[in-house]
Design a binder for this molecule. Structure first.
Ligand code: 13P
Length: 252
């Protein structure tokens, strides 16, 4: 039995005061939510104020990105230890926007995943194909390459807290959601790959989120697919009531 995990990726939205207000509203709306793990991933400068507001709440905090080194002359970067001390449980790694605009590769993603685990953070590893890749029939090959690259060198027992997020690039911020069947097919492919690579127990326990234009009105049908164990939500996580509705859809 996998507990669904619904996380809000706030991307580069919210100032500190907006972040605190959003978290405060959300906290009140989901106070009684049981059977679902909830997380918010604000911009890194807003992690500490958000953590303070979340002190008496079960909502977890996550970073949106991190560097793979412990520390050093890497202007503009944050480390795993900084995220951990700020109160993070999760960290998103390899989001397609990082791959697309900031030169992230499967190799750097792999280093980040390794560092996240060693710092005690649970990585949310993002994979997903572009529209062109889907249309040329390469979805599974692309996702397989991203999984192989991102998880290279790991043993099954190191991956217990890993979350994989399948986010088709063409569905992110476009309002074009993958159909439940399209999403389920890729999620099943991911779990099968995981089983072949890390064994049945690891595959059975792996939580795979869907991300890409998840909204209150499509969340339930997506998350009721057998291999979809939650959602990674962008735009719709910036409104407390809409995000709370998505969280409720994960439970029912
Ligand atoms: P949207 O929900 O805005 O499509 O974003 C999805 C996403 O990229 C979450 O990481």
């Amino acid at each position: 039995m996998r507990i669904p995990v619904v996380a809000g990726n706030w991307k580069m939205f919210t100032t500190a005061s907006e972040a605190v207000a959003l978290v405060r509203s959300l906290k009140a709306l989901v106070r009684d939510a049981a059977g679902v793990e909830i997380a918010v991933c604000p911009p890194s400068v807003n992690l500490i104020p958000a953590a303070e507001e979340l002190r008496d709440s079960a909502i977890r905090l996550g970073g949106q990105n991190m560097h793979w080194e412990d520390e050093g002359a890497f202007t503009g970067e944050v480390s795993a230890k900084m995220l951990k001390e700020a109160g993070c449980h999760f960290v998103i790694v390899g989001h397609s926007e990082r791959r697309q605009y900031f030169g992230e590769t499967d190799e750097t993603v792999n280093r980040k995943v390794r560092k996240a685990f060693s710092a005690g953070l649970a990585p949310i590893l993002c994979v997903g194909e572009t529209l062109q890749e889907r249309e040329s029939g390469r979805t599974e090959a692309v996702v397989k390459t991203q999984l192989e690259g991102g998880l290279k060198g790991f043993m099954a027992d190191e991956l217990k807290t890993l979350v994989v997020a399948y986010e088709p690039v063409w569905a992110i911020g476009t309002g074009k959601t993958a159909t439940p069947e399209q999403a389920q097919d890729v999620h099943h492919f991911i779990r099968t790959w995981f089983e072949k690579t890390f064994g049945p127990a690891a595959a059975d326990g792996l939580r795979i989120q869907y991300g890409g234009s998840v909204k209150p009105d499509n969340a339930k049908v997506l998350m009721s697919q057998p291999d979809i164990d939650g959602a990674l939500v962008g735009g719709a996580s910036l409104k407390a009531d809409g995000f709370a509705a998505i969280i409720r859809a994960a439970v029912s």
